[in-house]
Design a protein around this ligand. Structure first.
Ligand code: 5GP
Length: 192
């Protein structure tokens, strides 16, 4: 998606550990016009699918998933991050390794908000090694829900998550796919 790629090229900063900082339009300050256009693009790419729910993970996924859910007239469920391992029986839960914080945490979704009749579209901001997505996929599996599509704002293709999950048969649509980043020169190469 050209609009998003232009924004990344112009504003994103590359940090240590192959982290792309997009605080100025996605992760801290939010460019609402851009996110509205991104939602239209996700909807265009998944046209014809009959989703019942949008699922994302707090915090940054929510702003991206919200306009998609709103335009499709669907509920948006976000997995909550929970530090405690004491989770009561009414939650689906999964472990996720945080790419940016180098720690493991639990994500939880109440059993009230996901079930075996759901056809889910998962949305998230970044795809790197795929741990966040695997957590969300595990939660859908526990609920018996079908995952019919995954929409990602920025996929770092040089990390293994996207390739592995596509090999497992998941339909992933990423609006900007990055092949290479270089911290020293702040160079960002997009996948053609
Ligand atoms: P994964 O679980 O696929 O390794 O990483 C995806 C998650 O880590 C996303 O939910 C996102 O919050 C965070 N993340 C991974 N890479 C980046 C990055 O380059 N920049 C930012 N801002 N977040 C990232």
């Amino acid at each position: 998606m050209k609009l998003l790629k232009d924004k990344i090229q112009k504003l994103a900063q590359i940090k240590d550990g192959d982290v792309l900082k997009v605080d100025m339009f996605l992760n801290h300050q939010i460019d609402t016009k851009l996110l509205d256009a991104m939602a239209d693009e996700f909807i265009r790419r998944f046209k014809g699918k009959k989703f019942t729910k949008i699922l994302t993970i707090e915090t940054s996924g929510i702003a991206i998933a919200y306009p998609v859910a709103q335009k499709l007239g669907l509920p948006l469920v976000f997995a909550k991050k929970q530090n405690s391992v004491n989770i009561d029986g009414e939650m689906f839960s999964a472990k996720v390794i945080s790419y940016t914080h180098f720690r493991e945490f639990n994500v939880i979704v109440s059993t009230k908000y996901l079930n075996d009749k759901d056809n889910v579209l998962i949305i998230d901001d970044f795809l790197a090694n795929g741990s966040a997505l695997r957590g969300l996929l595990s939660i859908c599996q526990q609920a018996g829900a079908k995952v019919d599509g995954i929409g990602i704002a920025i996929e770092k293709h040089f990390q293994k998550g996207g390739t592995e999950l596509r090999e497992q048969g998941y339909e992933i649509e990423s609006l900007a796919i990055i092949d290479e980043i270089d911290e020293k020169s702040n160079k960002i190469v997009f996948h053609e």
